[in-house]
Design a protein around this ligand. Structure first.
Ligand SMILES: C[S@@+](CC[C@H](N)C(=O)[O-])C[C@H]1O[C@@H](n2cnc3c(N)ncnc32)[C@H](O)[C@@H]1O
Length: 236
């Protein structure tokens, strides 16, 4: 596949563009634990927070993701794209096909393992594009939930992941039917989950692995990552 990679000087970390009021409004929705504003000082804080969150996930997942070496990837609910940027650079995904599924919206209600809800979207697709462009991540196609159903995305994918979105705020059992058309036998699915996560019966066709990892959020110092696959090959 043709791709343009910036070369070895391309560093592996999230960078924030100048923070406009629209971006700050989105940060307040997708990362409500931060006291966001348009200052340079907050821009540094946001970069550090986003890189810190990604580093924990990266350290927990790199052994699996390096072996998997996914060529077709879907992130569900990327927010402003921190993981797409960090993982692309840290794991060399610049030649992979990457899809992102996100929706614009003003909602900031965050249940834990709550039911599926049509008004759960709180993203800003224009802002997401801007942050990706600023970080020179060019190989992501964004699918707007207002125009595409999750199950209708052009899979199958080798890796599907979702951090602090489906599987965490909205329980995975409400989405698994939509994910089945998007996977093949060796697809790995990864979700942030609370520490008390118990695998529901809807996942009984999958092998699963739960990794406890350290976050950068003082109120939730540890969380779990749930890895699912129909094949054992990349999980164990
Ligand atoms: C707490 S934010 C997490 C953003 C990002 N994943 C991160 O970890 O920084 C939750 C994200 O999930 C998105 N979202 C909510 N419901 C969704 C759904 N049904 N499908 C895909 N994304 C969804 C929201 O729009 C929002 O961007």
């Amino acid at each position: 596949m043709e791709c343009d990679y910036e070369g070895p000087s391309f560093r592996g970390y999230f960078r924030s563009p100048e923070l406009t009021p629209a971006l700050v409004a989105t940060i307040k929705r997708v990362a409500p634990h931060l006291d966001a504003d348009t200052s340079e000082q907050f821009r540094t804080i946001w970069e550090r927070d986003q890189n810190g969150s990604c580093r924990g996930e990266y350290e927990a997942l790199a052994p699996f993701l390096n072996r998997l070496s996914p060529k077709r990837i879907l992130e569900i609910g990327p927010g402003l794209g921190r993981s797409l940027i960090y993982f692309s650079k840290a794991l060399g995904w610049h030649c992979s096909l990457i899809h992102a599924f996100e929706g614009n919206g003003d909602s900031i209600r965050y249940p834990i393992l709550g039911p599926r809800s049509s008004d759960s979207y709180c993203g800003n697709i224009t802002g997401l594009k801007r942050v990706l462009e600023f970080n020179h991540v060019k190989n992501v196609t964004i699918f707007d939930a207002a125009s595409y159903a999750l199950r209708a995305l052009p899979g199958p994918y080798d890796l599907i992941y979702s951090f602090y979105s489906i599987g965490f705020h909205w329980a995975i059992e409400y989405f698994i039917e939509d994910l089945l058309p998007l996977i093949h036998f060796e697809t790995v699915l990864v979700f942030t989950t609370p520490l008390n996560f118990v695998s529901p019966h809807q996942l009984s066709d999958f092998h699963h692995k739960i990794i406890r990892w350290r976050t950068v959020t003082p109120s939730k110092p540890y969380l779990s990552l749930l890895l699912l696959s129909r094949s054992k090959r990349f999980l164990f």
